[in-house]
Design a protein around this ligand. Structure first.
Ligand SMILES: NC(=O)C1=CN([C@@H]2O[C@H](COP(=O)(O)OP(=O)(O)OC[C@H]3O[C@@H](n4cnc5c(N)ncnc54)[C@H](O)[C@@H]3O)[C@@H](O)[C@H]2O)C=CC1
Ligand SMILES: NCC(=O)COP(=O)(O)O
Length: 329
């Protein structure tokens, strides 16, 4: 058994800020050995652009990589990447780097995966249907997952992820919500060591439906489900009106908040601490942690992109992977 976790690191969109953030990460020492999966020329070009050293070494012994070096598995692009200009012909390689790195986790070669931002439109323009890495990794592993973003202030999980708003209400069923809550509860217990997780569940409708006068999902779906789970001894709060659930005085009473859709929960999290927030995929057989931000194409190659979220993702994934190694799971 490895004492020190080995993490796969994937830069994401080659034309975005992901590659240079990986170069920044290479300058530091970490509590895990990192193996980057990506295109050598792109990484070296990013290093040159931001004036940082980078040596890419064999993946066979990642612990030999000191500051300025990274163990590396080559996933070549089709077309040379240009800063700020995603190239649909590189979509296959971008997705390939994620799938290869995640495959290494599934085979036990790596103990977790840290991912940079992916440009969703560039992947779809390249002919690959893609809504997000969360969904991609879930399909590859054949399991259901939950997206949760977290910083030091709040953990926000989502009942639905990358779905047009028009489809959200129909996607929230008692079954889907129960599966989401079970995955969230298990992750808070096992990965975060919270004995009796306190989960706040937001309503879908304004004022959590106002007793059915502003929508019936709370009465028909959410309340009966929460009552049932409370019968198992769970600590569930809600359904709460989303507009006041995030007041600091309330947040202190929750270990996580379950939001019904992407833009109900994530603006609050990003406003409360964009720089240090991370995006976790709960329910996979290995820990996956990503940056909370996107590709920031306009900053690529300029050396001004903030690496804090990637650094937080590496630290968080290291902690989760170490817990699992020690627990033997
Ligand atoms: N983890 C992922 O793979 C994510 C991917 N995306 C994708 O990224 C693309 C661009 O999305 P946007 O909505 O424009 O979000 P974005 O996060 O790329 O940019 C939003 C704003 O934040 C700034 N910003 C982002 N990261 C930064 C950093 N590290 N340092 C300094 N400033 C930073 C940008 O310059 C911009 O002003 C889209 O294709 C989206 O789907 C968006 C969010 C997460
Ligand atoms: N809003 C989160 C996001 O877009 C990144 O999600 P994913 O690609 O990690 O599924």
């Amino acid at each position: 058994m490895r004492q020190r976790p080995r993490l796969a690191l994937v830069p994401g969109e080659p034309a975005g800020i992901g590659p240079e953030l990986v170069v920044r990460a290479a300058q530091r020492s970490w509590g895990a050995d990192l193996v980057v999966y990506g295109d050598r020329a792109t990484l070296l070009h990013a290093a040159e652009a931001i004036g940082q050293p980078l040596r890419l070494i064999s993946p066979n012994d990642p612990s030999a990589a000191g500051p300025g070096a990274l163990a590396h598995v080559e996933i070549p692009l089709t077309v040379r990447a240009a800063f700020g200009q995603p190239e649909p012909r590189n979509a296959r390689a971008t997705i390939g780097s994620l799938e290869t790195a995640a495959g290494a986790c599934l085979q036990g070669l790596c103990d977790g995966i840290v991912t940079g931002p992916v440009h969703k439109a560039a992947i779809n323009d390249g002919g690959i249907p893609y809504t997000g890495t969360t969904e991609l990794l879930a399909a590859q592993a054949g399991c259901e997952v939950v997206m949760m973003l977290a910083n030091d202030i709040v953990r926000v999980a989502l009942a639905t992820t990358h779905l047009p708003l028009r489809e959200v209400a129909d996607a929230i069923t008692a079954d889907s919500l129960e599966r989401t809550l079970r995955i969230l509860h298990a992750a808070l217990y096992h990965d975060f060591g919270i004995e009796a997780p306190r989960i706040a569940v937001l309503g879908l409708n304004p004022h959590a439906g106002e007793d059915g006068h502003l929508g019936r999902e709370e009465l028909d779906i959410v309340i009966p489900l929460l009552d049932g789970l409370r019968g198992e001894g769970w600590q569930l709060i809600g359904p709460l009106p989303a507009d006041t659930a995030f007041l600091p005085s309330k947040l202190r009473g929750f270990d996580a908040v379950l939001a019904m859709y992407h833009d109900q929960g994530l603006p609050v999290l990003k406003y409360s601490g964009f720089e240090h927030a991370v995006n976790l995929t709960l329910g996979l057989p290995y820990p996956r942690v990503a940056v909370d931000h996107g590709t920031a194409l306009e900053l690529a190659g300029r050396g001004v992109a903030d690496p804090s979220s990637l650094f937080a993702a590496i630290d968080t994934c290291t902690r989760l992977a170490r817990n699992r190694l020690h627990a033997g799971t």
